[in-house]
Design a binder for this molecule. Sequence first.
Ligand code: MRU
Length: 353
Amino acid sequence: MFKSIEWADDRVRILDQSRLPHDLTYIECTDYRMVADAIRTLKIRGAPAIGIAAAMGVALHAQHVKAASFEELLDALSPAIDEMISTRPTAVNIRWAMERLKTLLKKNRHHGVDALKRLIVEEARSILAEDIAVNRAIGKWGAEFIRDGATVLTHCNAGALATGGYGTATAAVLVAREQGKDVQVIADETRPVLQGARLTTWELMQAGVPVTLITDNSAGALMRKGVIDLCMVGTDRTVRNGDVANKIGTYSVAVLARENGVPFYVAAPFSSIDFSLASGDEIPIEERPADEVTHICGCRIAPEGVRVVNMAFDITPAKYVTAIITEKGAFRPEDLEKLADGGANLSELRLKS
Ligand code: MRU
């Protein structure tokens, strides 16, 4: 199987997702700017994966900077940290990973600079390893909501490619299948840049999961026919009241699911929950270049000069979400708030399938 990202020989090795499914090529990043560029241009994408990439990018920079003290090291890393945060604003994972590195440095400020540099690399690698473990746990909780024989609709790519491995939404399907359940997936193509068509189908086929590709505008008709048993998507940022930011089009899927009585689940590692925001209206929505809409795979499909709106994400209000599935269990979106300070009794709030 492939690895979306790894730290190898003091380089960051990134699977170039912009070339999938045609070419399986890797980019060897030797400088944090290369990592930032890979994030910006969607060579690596997906909220957890870009958080990992940003941490590794800063770790890479740490190896190259000259600093004589903790303060000088933090100063020297600041441009890389700021650059990472500026790449993609909607997913909270980059900011989360940057805060994690800064906290680590501050906690260990009494160590020498060389030790701090080593700690940053170890932390970036831990973020990757922990992500895989978290995804397996999400998969275990998520699989409880998938019965034998189920057909699962997913939107965008919340699979191994979007994470350190295993995926979030996809993890639930993989665990259900490991449990012997016969589960198949329907993948929305996900315009404009076709993460569903190019990435989700590719990785599920690699994993031996039966998958059917549909155009985005087919989802409602298939739900109405009773073909889809549940929807399972990922998230770039979920906030305190349970509102969910995810790939543009997710909101439409959720509304269609409600209209047709289909449960709508969101797989969300705790690192993608932003408890500092009260509602989805506060989440910054990334706007991307017009050519993603006017072109498909480099081929122009719209007239020159046409006006374009290209919001990369939308907000699904909590009322459309059946459950948020985390590594600690599945919860009603309205109960998220109670988990904010870590004080809640998880087993009382945990949803049963
Ligand atoms: O623009 P992208 O491809 O980075 O958008 C990704 C998504 O919307 C995913 O669904 C989300 O990041 C969750 S990935 C586990």
